[in-house]
Design a binder for this molecule. Sequence first.
Ligand code: FEO
Length: 188
Amino acid sequence: MLSEKMTEALNGQANRELYSSYLYLSMSAYFESVKMKGFANWMRVQAGEELVHGMKMYDYVIATGGRARMLAIEAPQFAWASPVDAFQHVYNHERIVTGLIRGLVGVAVSEKDEATKNFLQWYLDEQVEEEESSDMVLKKVKAAGSNQSALALADKELGQRGFKFPRGFQIFPYSAKLEGATIGSLKK
Ligand code: FEO
């Protein structure tokens, strides 16, 4: 059974994960508006991953006897100056999220909640990957600068990113079925 403090902290983080999804969807819409479909695909897949992060936390709160609470999701930024600007934002945002997850681990430790501490390890591992992958793209777009053919190449590469649910996670754990939909299948 989750303590009240732990429940509140997890609900708060689930909200930040959903905000992250919203932020990346906003970036995806921005890239759509400047006709960079591959960049838009990368962001859309990222938005899907963040949605899963939020839902996984929501499921955990319920499975451990807590009460999931839906908090207001703030409106994200609407436009960015360039791909570098957007990916710098992704990288900075992921570093902030890493700090938040560490804070959550701190709450689990202070609440002597070993199960939640273990549950959060998945998020810590995920953050290592996310910081690394956003930094990689950031370096790529920085190197491309305003070179249109380098940007077109990066756009093509980012268009290849696909979406995969984490092992064991079901978006519809009860009777609903996922029928043939794929996220991140935008093609040029
Ligand atoms: Fe779920 Fe990228 O933090």
